[in-house]
Ligand binder design. Structure first.
Ligand code: ADP
Ligand code: MG
Length: 627
């Protein structure tokens, strides 16, 4: 017996026990090797006019449950004794990489192997492995045998045709691992579908099938159903994304999406990218019709499938897609210089470039849609606008430049969704701010006295009805040098919003302010109120709407919960209530204090804010009703 070369023993041990997190990938690795071996022979045939076609090749998988063996065979180029020695006797030596680097027309080859370690993953599930191989054009066949770290042997063997049989002696089951599963048809099928569906040669499993259902039925039910063995091709072989766009119909794209991402609906749209140049990759991206329900929960996992040369490397590679486009489904196929386990690709620089490129492509597609097919964009926005706005809010607005032109809000004046750009283009010249109002619905915003005042001045108001809206707006700050202004802001910049305070009014307002000390920041007279006796506005960073959101957030003890707006109680100067206030100020200041409290609480109710002391409010109103 020969020992593995140099440090191979230790490397092998490391490999088998720590590089791969899923034992099942051994099948992927061996099948990839078969595919490489076939590619090599096919390539040779092209060059030397041997006359073999792709249809002449296949990869076969056969189980023997009694002997606990799994045999994987290919009719590819095979290995000579020397090649068995070199390629399998030396860990981290890749015959495939060497092959590839000596070929001229590299683009024709889909060779997967490059590290020379994949083969050894078989020892995660095997006690012993026999590799029987006959190189193309050679007379003799040879066998390489090994039981793992100890070493290997090479001896003569019998094999009629060129190619390689890998006979795996599956380990006995343990408490943790059900190795027997790998001998089962359903498991093999599942793994091939998952990892090797786009290997371009047929992967066949020998499966037992009923001889013919009609014959079996005739014989009566107590008879054992007769079966025969048949080779069944499992993989779909052709990766849709590698075909040219002109060959693919919308139906093909949709069907592929539904099969691959288990959706019942057709996707909202697809994008097929074939990038060449500095970053080379192919991608098939889909925006679903509806946002997944769990999108904002911790159970949602974003990510694109990552393939390298048609072989699945990662089910959900989240580094390929930014959080704000997390609803995009799809896959990327590229030739990565993967690190050896093919699993730990996250920090790969090539991958980062692809991710940047993909983000740009998605954004461009959306921007084009907005420009050229507005109706479609609005439909998209109704489904995913919230995700984009949350995207601005997250990362403290770091991505705002990328997203702010994709955001829309309902405009009261234009009666439709508009972008910031469109809002600003429609602005009268004297308008300083982009006005917005927050509320639970467009209808309730339209009824807001503060919004009414802005609209009456000839300015449009954007309606913000999602909790995240105002927070996102705060991060955007301004658009084209126009600042955003909440209509409830104490200083909306609209003239005459607050009354000129006369000498008569001044002490009255001051008195009310004192009696509501701690609850209000200021008390003012207002003209912007039609019917309402009072309303609230705010000044500073935290708006009334934000206070509501903060109050509704889970209390994590960091103080966010207690953030309050600086409230301004605005009193309608033309309302009868103000007459009463003026007379009470002269005649009964104790009663005025109580009235002030009632008015503040009313203003809070109008705004949808909670009243601090409900008992007090009830008893005060009752008292003044019965007076
Ligand atoms: P890699 O595929 O990254 O090169 P592996 O450890 O999977 O590394 O395989 C090592 C080498 O063994 C391959 O490069 C190839 O030369 C050879 N080899 C493995 N399996 C086969 C096979 N079925 N037919 C022919 N050669 C094979
Ligand atoms: Mg390999």
């Amino acid at each position: 017996m020969k020992n593995f070369k140099t440090e191979s023993k230790r490397v092998l041990d490391l490999m088998v026990n720590s590089i791969y997190t899923h034992k099942e990938i051994f099948l992927r690795e061996l099948i990839s090797n078969c595919s490489d071996a076939i590619d090599k022979l096919y390539y040779k045939s092209l060059q030397e006019n041997i006359g073999l076609s792709r249809a002449d090749f296949d990869i076969k998988i056969k189980s023997d449950k009694e002997k606990r063996t799994l045999t994987i065979s290919d009719n590819g180029i095979g290995m000579t004794a020397e090649e068995l020695e070199n390629n399998l006797g030396t860990i981290a030596k890749s015959g495939s990489l060497a092959f590839k680097s000596t070929q001229e027309k590299k683009e024709d080859i889909d060779i997967i192997g490059q590290f020379g370690v994949g083969f050894y993953s078989v020892f995660m599930v095997a006690d012993k492995v026999e590799v029987v191989s006959k190189a193309y054009g050679e007379e003799k066949a040879n066998m390489w045998v090994s039981s793992g770290t100890e070493g290997y042997e090479i001896k003569n063997a019998e094999k009629e045709t060129n190619g390689t049989d890998i006979i795996i002696y599956i380990k006995a089951d343990t408490d943790d691992d059900n190795y027997s599963e790998y001998l089962e048809y359903y498991k093999q099928r599942e793994l091939i579908k998952r990892y090797s569906d786009y290997i371009r040669y047929p992967i066949k499993i020998e499966n037992e099938v009923p001889v013919s259902s009609s014959e079996n039925e005739k014989d009566g039910s107590d008879k054992k159903i007769e079966t025969k063995k048949e080779w069944e091709t499992i993989n779909s072989m052709i990766p849709l994304w590698k075909k040219s766009k002109s060959e693919i119909t919308d139906e093909d794209y949709n069907k592929f999406y539904k099969d691959m991402f288990y959706d019942f609906d057709d996707p909202f749209m697809h994008q097929h990218i074939s990038a060449e140049g500095a970053v080379e990759y192919k991608a098939l991206l889909y925006i679903p019709k509806k946002c997944p329900e769990a999108y904002f929960s911790k159970y949602f996992e974003r990510g694109l499938k990552l393939y390298s040369n048609g072989v699945l490397i990662m089910e959900k590679c989240k580094d390929l897609i930014p959080e704000y486009f997390g609803f995009v489904q799809g896959l990327v196929d590229c030739e990565l210089s993967l690190n050896i386990s093919r699993e730990m690709v996250q920090h790969d620089r090539g991958l980062q470039r692809i991710a940047t490129n993909i983000e740009k492509q998605i954004r461009k597609e959306l921007q084009d849609m907005l420009a050229n097919d507005r109706e479609k964009y609005v439909e998209f926005y109704k489904n995913f606008g919230l995700q984009l706005k949350v995207g601005i809010y997250n990362n403290w607005g770091m991505d705002k430049d990328k997203l702010q032109d994709l955001i829309m809000f309902y405009s009261v004046k234009q009666d439709k969704l508009v972008t910031f750009k469109e809002y600003i283009e429609a602005m009268p010249e004297d308008q300083k701010y982009v006005y917005y109002a927050t509320g639970s619905s467009i209808l309730s915003i339209k009824k807001m006295p503060q919004a009414e005042k802005v609209l009456k001045s000839g300015y449009d108001v954007l309606c913000m009805t999602d909790n995240v809206d105002e927070f996102a707006i705060k991060y955007i700050g301004s658009y084209n040098a126009k600042e955003f202004k909440n209509v409830t802001d104490g200083n909306t910049g609209i003239e005459n919003a607050t009354e000129e305070v006369s000498d008569e009014d001044k002490p009255i307002l001051e008195f009310i302010k004192q009696s509501l000390a701690g609850e209000v920041f200021d008390v003012r007279l207002s003209k912007k109120l039609d019917e309402h006796p009072v309303c609230l506005s705010s000044e500073g960073e935290v708006s009334l709407e934000m206070e509501k959101v903060f109050r509704n957030m889970p209390n994590t003890g960091d103080g966010t919960n207690d953030l309050r707006a600086k409230k301004i109680l605005e009193i309608n100067a033309e309302h009868k209530v103000y007459e009463k206030i003026k007379s009470l100020y002269q005649s009964n200041q104790d009663e005025l204090k109580e009235i002030a409290q009632i008015l503040l609480d009313q203003a809070k109710l109008i705004e949808g804010l909670p009243i601090e002391d409900i008992d007090k409010f009830v008893s005060l109103t009752a008292k003044h009703i019965s007076d």
